[in-house]
Design a protein around this ligand. Structure first.
Ligand code: AMP
Ligand code: GLY
Length: 425
């Protein structure tokens, strides 16, 4: 069988999960990764000096490597900056939305206005670019309320205010202290929703949309959903409260209307569209957020369950032939627990040696912030989220037990992880 070489852009746990799935494909030959990490380097050729946001260098890399058949752009920043557009203009195949569609994640004002215009259910909201007007609104709006910086903020630009004082302080942080830089020039203030959360990631070629297995992320740093928002501290799949009837409803009321709305706006979306949903006690489903890419660490529980060849799915999204693909899933459940550096998501140290212990053969350790120490050749920490331990099991409780048994055998100075991932099982 002909082998195709692939480049994956990014260097976190999500990219490790993508590389892991591509590596299983009989159609994929060599995999390159920019910048990659120590775990990815075990199955791909990494170039740690090329960052995912270095568009010029990435395009030059693809130009220099004529063997690359496909580039997969995984993180939000290069998508929003137009890496897919740049590669396409230079005549290369790339998986991921163009910048004009990636805006559905890159601007919350854009996505809220899109949902409003096309009647897609979401929390009631107001948008502000003027601090005084936003502050005046916060004096009268219902509490709790949710304040979101418009732009990309590593998943951290959302403040849930339980009192008016917290709302005022949060608004100041975003709009006056510029805690999230230019991302906070505009804000969305929205209704606080209750219920359970579910992440549904979907492949789409712009016409056909295929939802992946459902999952749920745990975004806060500490047990009991305490502490600051992070990029995600652990996930499980499936989210078993999300019933087939809810999935059907979401398809009709949210997923298909979203890709049709984007198409109507001249922003056809090809890639992975991520729906962050809240399901109320009465079963109403509303969109909390869109992402224009695979979630991290959702991908670490989803792709290990995908039986269909990921390389074929990527190509079908690009070629507009997704209607020919049927996604097949491993029936087993998956749980991923993330090990983070002490202090994350604020200040933390790097360069701590990681000891892996003897792990079960079928457990997958997805690396995120790891590197090989140039002096000692050992694997050391190199980021806030260091690695994610994914285990599969006959049900969520078996998967959870295995993930926790194994993460306990891994250690590094300052390591912490949440003890309550998937706690209902
Ligand atoms: P986002 O980045 O918009 O998904 O927000 C991050 C997290 O904040 C979500 O996963 C929810 O846990 C929470 N969140 C966001 N918007 C709302 C809302 N309107 N009501 C309640 N919780 C929310
Ligand atoms: N885990 C949430 C995200 O990737 O945005």
């Amino acid at each position: 069988m002909e082998k195709n070489n692939v480049l994956v852009v990014g260097g976190g746990g999500r990219e490790h999960a993508i590389v892991y799935a591509l590596h299983k494909s009989p159609k994929v030959g060599k995999i390159y990764c920019l910048p990659g990490n120590a775990g990815i380097a075990q199955i791909a050729e990494c170039h740690g000096d090329i960052k995912a946001t270095d568009l010029d260098k990435i395009v030059a890399f693809v130009e220099q490597h004529s063997d690359i058949a496909l580039t997969v752009v995984a993180p939000d920043d290069p998508l929003a900056l137009g890496l897919v557009d740049r590669l396409e203009q230079a005549g290369h195949r790339a998986f991921g939305p163009r910048a004009n569609a990636a805006i559905i994640e890159a601007s919350k004002v854009f996505s809220k206005n899109l949902m409003h215009k096309y009647g897609i259910p979401t929390a009631r909201y107001e948008t502000f670019s003027d601090y005084e007007k936003a502050a005046a609104y916060l004096k009268t709006c219902p509490i709790p309320t949710v304040i979101k910086a418009d732009g990309l903020a590593l998943g951290k630009g959302v403040i849930i205010a339980n009192t008016r004082e917290e709302a005022e302080a949060g608004l100041k942080e975003i709009m006056l202290d510029h805690a999230f830089g230019a991302a906070g020039k505009e804000v969305v203030v929205e209704e606080f929703l209750t219920g359970f959360e579910v992440s549904v990631l979907a492949f789409t070629d712009g016409k056909t949309l295929l939802p992946m297995a459902s999952s749920q992320d745990h975004k806060r740093a500490l047990d009991g959903d305490k502490g600051l928002n992070t990029g995600g501290m652990g996930t499980f799949s499936p989210q078993d409260k999300y019933t087939p009837a809810m999935a059907k409803n979401a398809m009709e009321k949210i997923f298909l209307p979203t890709i049709r709305a984007l198409e109507k706006e001249g922003r056809r979306f090809q890639g992975v569209l991520y729906f962050g949903l809240m399901v109320s006690d009465s079963g109403d489903i509303k969109v909390l957020e869109y992402n224009a890419r695979f979630g991290d660490p959702e991908t670490q529980v989803i792709l290990p369950r995908l039986k269909t060849d990921l390389y074929d799915v990527f190509n079908a999204c690009i070629d507009g032939t997704l209607d020919k693909i049927v996604l097949e899933w491993d029936e087993r459940a998956a749980v991923c627990v993330v090990a983070a550096s002490g202090g994350y998501p604020l200040k933390y140290e790097k360069g701590k040696k990681i000891t892996f212990g003897k792990l079960d053969d079928d457990v997958i350790v997805f690396h995120a912030g790891t590197a090989v120490c140039p002096e000692c050749g050992e694997i050391v920490t190199n980021g806030g989220r260091v690695l994610g331990v994914t285990a599969l099991g006959s049900d969520l409780s078996q998967a959870k037990k295995k993930a926790y048994d194994n993460i306990a055998r891994i250690s590094f100075d300052g390591m912490f992880y949440r003890k309550d991932i998937c706690k209902t099982h």
